[in-house]
Ligand binder design. Sequence first.
Ligand SMILES: Nc1nc2c(c(=O)[nH]1)N[C@H]1C(S)=C(S)[C@@H](COP(=O)(O)OP(=O)(O)OC[C@H]3O[C@@H](n4cnc5c(=O)[nH]c(N)nc54)[C@H](O)[C@@H]3O)O[C@H]1N2
Ligand SMILES: Nc1nc2c(c(=O)[nH]1)N[C@H]1C(S)=C(S)[C@@H](COP(=O)(O)OP(=O)(O)OC[C@H]3O[C@@H](n4cnc5c(=O)[nH]c(N)nc54)[C@H](O)[C@@H]3O)O[C@H]1N2
Ligand SMILES: [Mo]
Length: 748
Amino acid sequence: MAERSREYLTSTHWGTYEVKVSKGKVVALDPFSEDDDPSPIGPGIIDVMDGPSRITTPMVRKSWLDNGPGSNTNKRGLEEFVEVSWNKAIQLVADELSRVRSNFGNQTIFAGSYGWASAGRFHHAQSQLKRFLNCIGGYTGSVNTYSFAAAEVVVPHILGSFREHLDNSTSWNSIIENCELFVALGGIPLKNGQISAGGTGKHIQRNGLFSAYEAGIEFVNVSPLKSDIEHKIQADWIAIRPSTDTAFLLSLAHTLIVKNLVDIDFINKYTVGFEQFSEYLLGKQDGIPKSAEWGADICNIPEKKIIDLASAMARKKTMISVSWSLTRQDHGEQPFWAAIALASMLGQIGKPGTGLGFGYSAMNHIGLNRREMRYPAFPQGVNKVKSFIPVARISELLENPGGSFNYNGKEHIFPDTKIVWWAGGNPFHHHQDLNRLIKAWSKPDTIISNEWCWNALAQYSDIVLPCTTSLERSDLSLTPKDPYLVVMDKALEPVGEAKDDHEIFKLLAEKLGVESKFTDNKSSEEWQNWMYNRARQSAAKENVELPSWEDFKKAGWFKVPDAEKQGVMMEKFVNDPIKFPLSTPSGKIEIFSNTIANFDYNDCPGHPYWMEPLEWLGNATVNAPLHMISNQPKDKLHSQLDHGAVSQSAKINGHEQLLMNPSDAKLRGLKDRQIVQIFNARGACLAAVKIDEDVMEQVIQISTGAWMKLMDGICVNGNPNMLTPDKGTSNLAQGPIAHTCLVEVKAI
Ligand SMILES: Nc1nc2c(c(=O)[nH]1)N[C@H]1C(S)=C(S)[C@@H](COP(=O)(O)OP(=O)(O)OC[C@H]3O[C@@H](n4cnc5c(=O)[nH]c(N)nc54)[C@H](O)[C@@H]3O)O[C@H]1N2
Ligand SMILES: Nc1nc2c(c(=O)[nH]1)N[C@H]1C(S)=C(S)[C@@H](COP(=O)(O)OP(=O)(O)OC[C@H]3O[C@@H](n4cnc5c(=O)[nH]c(N)nc54)[C@H](O)[C@@H]3O)O[C@H]1N2
Ligand SMILES: [Mo]
């Protein structure tokens, strides 16, 4: 390649980097000049670009290759693979697609393919897969995310939309200028703010949080983990029992009523259904007032603390932030609904720096005061198949063909699944109760994956199609969530025989006679040019002038100017509820929702409601006395780059760390750095103990992301999803409930 006038640039979900290449190898990923708080995650890719963990040729599981689809499917994950040529691999996949489509129909192809893949607007693996399948009749897909499925379904009933409010969260600057008290359920974990889906230019969460602290704002960290807010912020730590936030919020709301602190004007003007809710809070029907005393008992928090906090929240300019993790729990709809009700009662929604926020520092774009931009995605076409699953019902889909499930007021049927196809996600990372998934995984005839590294997904497939990483192809990072548009340079030739996902689907499209439908007769470069120019046109409508494609490519990046005014969530509605009503049936905040009440679900009534979670410290047993929090890892994104040097350096003898309170360690005679087994009735994994007072008693914390590697049925690397329960949040959203999980720990 010719000499370049600048370093190669690349964009990842965790940041933008300058890539240094020497003798055909990546030797460094240096921080982007604009980023004063770069994430250390980036260089984690360097040592795993090639080597034994890289998939370099198409591979087929031996029984499948010898005997065809459906052969020895219980040997998935155990059996050897045979290397095949690309020609052969494409032929095998094309033949299998034709067999299944003509015998069973396209709905038997499951290609929800949930996952984060890599940044880059064009080489987005899921979009490529879905466009291809839409060219040949479609597939069964999935709806919602693992991140906050419960909120995605319930919040639109309450506020008219979830995404709109999330994407227009009140800016950090507005908080800094106006807020006095910041109450954070689930903390403000800077580890998570390293990430933003689709690319991150400049990391802003640390600066936001510390500037708020320096401005004198008081922070309260309501979380089982003290470290969910940096120690330097000196937050008041309320160590709440996991999965009890709804009870905590209800008891704050009850306290406001009995102390006459409810902002009745706000309630009357902007909400409906407060009456039903307050009857419930006061215990008019069930005889149980949801008082501070009641909440104290459930959450294991002193009653006085709840009363004092409620008063302080009413007295001061208060922001309530609810972490997304609160939705990844049994009845995960309720904490968000309860928080919206509480914030309404305080009457500070829609006002500068106060009210409500969804997960500050869950990602870098929350509170980032960016302009609202609209950019095109790689068009997926139209899916003719209408069957779908709520994303976390994957095991049930495979186990229960023809069975029914409830979702958001309707009943649906699980189709029969013959082919499962994953490109850009890792169900053996993200799904709960992996032993159940492994069993269900043996049902389909064929499992296909596009992957670049030999993780558990690749190992549990029949046909593995090796794809490039973003360092081996040109792309552009273009996401409305971040003001930086970044050229992603091809820094390296593809390793081995790896091909871009687009190229893989193009070959398949050619084989099945739909090539020009798939490519639209555009090359990859032409597609990128097309997407950029479309973005340019839409930016012009917002009075933002993006440089020409050529100038953009030359410069390497462009920053869209910040929004002129500090963003305030729901400001328009609060300033003028008649002109800008919410898209709810009443046009107002629905503290009581008739729509949801009419669904008549016993696990999701018409207003915020405390229901005991499936597993919590309130029903802990001698066999499972500890609550396990499996939160997001600080040194990687989910399972991505777990095999790389950055993630590996945080491990203890190759095992993931498990944080445990000194008293719980003492009770079990465990020492720091000791290798232990975490177990419950569903499964087990190994981990290394780290004794830490930052985690409350009876709770343990282990990050997600360790690659599943089984020995005698136990994951030796420490994947917590061996233990988590696989059940929907409720009949409403059917979201995942990973954070609701009881376990025991023992020495090995
Ligand atoms: N216990 C527990 N489980 C959880 C959570 C939790 O809090 N606790 N959190 C959940 C949440 S919020 C999420 S979002 C999920 C995340 O789950 P996933 O998004 O499935 O996790 P990733 O590891 O990011 O998976 C991305 C996969 O894409 C592959 N990949 C990267 N680039 C490319 C590419 O260009 N092409 C192709 N074909 N593949 C590529 C990577 O190698 C990787 O295997 O996990 C969920 N699971
Ligand atoms: N470095 C890094 N950053 C990430 C990711 C990653 O994999 N790595 N993943 C990204 C993705 S996809 C997502 S969806 C977001 C998720 O963002 P979050 O949902 O915020 O992620 P978590 O780390 O699971 O949870 C945040 C904190 O909530 C606390 N918590 C857990 N259960 C409870 C509870 O019952 N009550 C209370 N009050 N607190 C509780 C935990 O102590 C935890 O540290 O993070 C994103 N950011
Ligand atoms: Mo997520």
